[in-house]
Design a protein around this ligand. Sequence first.
Ligand SMILES: C[S@@+](CC[C@H](N)C(=O)[O-])C[C@H]1O[C@@H](n2cnc3c(N)ncnc32)[C@H](O)[C@@H]1O
Length: 391
Amino acid sequence: MPHLHIKEFKTIELPAVQDEVHFNFIADNANHQDEKLIATEYEGEDFFLLVKEEEGRSLLKTDKLTRPASIYNVHRALLAYAKAAGLEVIASNVPQTQKNVHLQTASALKKIDYFANDFPREKEVRIEVGFGSGRHLLHQAANNPDILFIGIEIHRPSIEQVLKQVVIQKLDNVMVLDYDARLFMELVPSNIVGAIYVHFPVPWDKKPHRRVISTSFIQEARRVLKEGGTLELRTDSENYYAYSYETFIAFPKITLQIKKNHDIAVSSKYEDRWKKMEKNIYDVIMVNDEISPELVIEGDFSFEGSSPRSADELLALHNKTIRFDGGFIHFERVYKLTNGVMLRISMGSFDRPEHLYLIITDNRLSYYPQLPLRSPINLEAHKHLLKAVNG
Ligand SMILES: C[S@@+](CC[C@H](N)C(=O)[O-])C[C@H]1O[C@@H](n2cnc3c(N)ncnc32)[C@H](O)[C@@H]1O
């Protein structure tokens, strides 16, 4: 994680611009006076820089919840703030000269809004969940130029590596998304996907709720797959194989193909490792044989007509949880702004909550840095949030 150790943190008059990086406002953690967030905008992306103040040595880094996909943009923002505020840097892992890589302008990298607003449907779509080194994704894309491949990954270095390869190999049929694939599935239109690849997912033996394959993931996969489309799980974990098989077979009607130690066109880095260890490799392939109803999601994330509670009442929401049928809202942290309050919340379903901020200033409410995913459970959570923050 890029960071600067600084002698002493200094505020600057905001809003300010330094080297094309915009600094808009500062939020002070109401319960931990040593923590501040600096609202930053660079190349159209909003995120926070996080300040941890300590006696004689403070830390400036990115906030995990909002950090941008491009590490270079983080570097740039950290250096720009240090320059604008005249901070004395004691130690840092941020290179002073930036490589000329602009991932934000790399057209293959998409944000979740891109898919939420107008899902691409001109070509057949195939999705790879957790592409890692990207060998399979890149191989498939190079060999199937008429198919659009959407690669979803949450590990930033893997994303950066694959984006570079997309440019080098001049592939125009790959889109890369930094997002939880389980949430992404909820906004894919029905019956448009030819294949979903889940190759060597993390087994999460101790935290099974984090697994990609689950009853709800399979349900969503069946909805988004075309008739004859496939969900292809490949794993070296006997445990994950057995768990997935049971989860698939619990559906009243399903078509499955099971293969053991069957080579595919390209072997991934993980696969090479497992093969050297002479581990068995299992494929569970679900063939979708149904046409699903269209996806209809009603409602929006508007705050129109809101009349927020007083700042003290909002700050008192710290650590409160609201539970409702199928979901919840938890107020994780509260911040003071010069003209209002900011709440860090987790909301939505228990197994896949969204984490984001809500800014409340002078009767204006807005999510930051972006709206929650437009899923039925998040829309329901929004209604409960309106009740909690309005008087
Ligand atoms: C063990 S690696 C396998 C990578 C690659 N498929 C391969 O075969 O080499 C699993 C990958 O899935 C990613 N991942 C885990 N959970 C995910 C999720 N919910 N959404 C998207 N990617 C995820 C991890 O970051 C990791 O890169």
